[in-house]
Design a protein around this ligand. Structure first.
Ligand SMILES: [Zn+2]
Length: 185
């Protein structure tokens, strides 16, 4: 994993929340107990997009070293862990304890997928995976996202590399895993 430095972030909207949500949906379709529950799929899609909530305070123009800057605390492992526990406790409190643990794990993976997907992009200074304990930013050595040839090119690239494959994989997961339960005697 590459480390990145610098104080200011180059802001860009990609990958879009829709693509993050599609990845969360695919994760839910394949990782939760079969048959995949629609409710968990929807929660995972929302969780996968949630870390970009930090754009709400982007008008404040925080320095890249701030824990509340874009791709900092909300993209960290700590946020994924705490977010998964809180969202499970609030929205899945009526589930059995064992089921709640599974849901928390799946939601945590969805939250974590956001930072990992962003770390596959060329733009910005990377992700603060270890915030609030470290302000070091990281990006993966392989960065297939972030074609600098304009917004249209980036959207097309993102659709082909992330969104469509994620939707297809998620849809396959839902169909195959639901069918496997129905055919089990
Ligand atoms: Zn992000």
């Amino acid at each position: 994993m590459c480390t990145c430095g610098g104080a200011r972030l180059k802001r860009t909207p990609l990958p879009t929340p829709v693509s993050h949500a599609a990845v969360g949906f695919a994760i839910a379709a394949w990782t939760q107990q079969a048959p995949p529950a629609t409710r968990v799929c929807v929660a995972c899609a929302a969780c996968a997009a949630l870390p970009d909530i930090d754009v709400l305070w982007s008008p404040l123009h925080l320095a890249g070293t701030s824990p509340f800057a874009h791709r900092a605390i909300t993209h960290s492992l700590a946020f994924a862990l705490i977010g998964a526990l809180v969202i499970t406790a609030v929205f899945f409190r009526s589930e059995r304890r064992e089921q709640r643990s599974r849901v928390a794990l799946v939601l945590g993976l969805a939250l974590l997928s956001h930072g990992c997907l962003d770390a596959l992009s060329r733009y910005s200074l990377g992700i603060e995976f270890f915030a609030p304990f470290s302000a070091q930013r990281f990006r993966f050595p392989w960065t297939p996202l972030g074609d600098p040839t304009g917004l249209t090119g980036q959207l097309i690239q993102e659709a082909l590399v992330v969104f469509l494959p994620a939707v297809l994989i998620g849809w396959l997961g839902l169909r195959l895993r639901s069918r496997s339960v129905m055919t089990t005697p």
